[in-house]
Design a protein around this ligand. Structure first.
Ligand code: PSU
Ligand code: MN
Length: 302
């Protein structure tokens, strides 16, 4: 096996039991300590309560891993951004050097697919950044969706991105983008983006049926399950937009580029909103984990 699985994850894969993959970049780069550790533990609990086995994915000492121990989770949370952020392109470098890395949506999808895991819960996927038409800054996540057979539950895409371009690139890559119980593509902190979700399904069973249909026809690649943040936790667009504008201006002024852009913006938004964006981020991750567990259960039954 290319991926090292814990005994629990291995048994679930072998028996076709429901499993939900989770990423590690969100722990090391997406949130500050100690909230990141609380989030990492709680999200696994939410998956278990939903009847599925959680498999947090990372690279440790050059080994692709699905399923981390409590100590390993704590290591990623405490070490934070000094752990390498590993997207798909970085996997061979980290493996050959026997390094440790936190996996993004893209590399988590790839490793999940290698391990036979078909459902993955994250916070928000990466996308085309604003001014992508000049900078070409389009997340590798969007490319990976064309390759790996994994359904990813996401609260839409972060409003720090250019959402219309993000949706266009997903279309180009042949990726189904499906609203979960919504006809609108959600904007991470906010339920609404003003953009239509290209497709809509209302139940986990319908998602499971669509995944079966896609992959049994040999239509490779992922599915974007666009699941809006719960109403009680959302930051309305009118409120978050000026903060996003400010964070983007700071990033530009400080010359932040490449893989540092997303972590920088998340950190600054958290500071500007005095923790409100972090609270919303944690709430939407839990909500995505609940939906992912339901889809994993329905997929295992289908
Ligand atoms: N969403 C969050 N926090 C994060 C990320 C997404 O709430 O830290 C991470 C994910 O790992 C995603 C990555 O894959 O940001 C995208 O980074 P980039 O834009 O550099 O591809
Ligand atoms: Mn980028």
């Amino acid at each position: 096996m290319k991926v090292h699985l814990t005994e629990t994850v291995r048994r679930a894969v072998t028996s076709g039991a429901p499993i939900v993959a989770l990423e590690s970049t969100i722990i090391a780069h997406g949130m500050p300590f100690p909230q990141n550790l609380e989030m990492a533990r709680e999200v696994e609990e939410v998956v278990r309560r939903g009847g599925a086995v959680p498999a947090t994915i990372a690279i440790i000492n050059g080994e692709l891993r699905a399923g981390l121990s409590t100590d390993e989770l704590a290591h990623f949370a405490k070490t934070g951004p000094s752990i390498m952020k590993v997207s798909t392109r970085d996997i061979p470098y980290v493996v050959a050097r026997k390094d440790t890395g936190a996996t993004t949506v893209a590399s988590t999808m790839r490793i999940a697919a290698m391990a036979g895991i078909r459902v993955f819960a994250t916070g928000g996927i990466g996308g085309a950044h604003r001014e992508a038409n000049d900078t070409f800054d389009i997340s590798n996540d969007l490319h990976e969706f064309a390759i790996s057979d994994v359904a990813v539950v996401t609260a839409g895409a972060k409003a720090i991105l250019d959402l219309p371009i993000t949706l266009e690139v997903l279309e180009t890559n042949g990726v189904p983008v499906v609203g979960f119980g919504t006809s609108e593509f959600p904007a991470f902190y906010s339920r609404q983006s003003g953009l239509a979700a290209p497709m809509r399904l209302d139940t986990a069973a319908e998602f499971a049926a669509m995944m079966k249909a896609k992959w049994s026809l040999g239509l490779t690649g992922g599915v974007v399950v666009a699941n809006p943040i719960p109403q009680a936790d959302e930051i309305p667009a009118a409120e978050i937009t000026p903060h996003i504008t400010r964070a983007l201006a700071e990033a530009k002024q400080q010359g932040v580029a490449g893989k540092n852009v997303t972590p920088f913006l998340l950190k600054h938004l958290n500071e500007i909103t005095e923790g409100r964006s972090l609270k919303a981020n944690i709430a939407l991750v839990m909500n995505n984990a609940r939906v992912a567990a339901d889809i994993a259960v329905a997929y295992a039954r289908a």
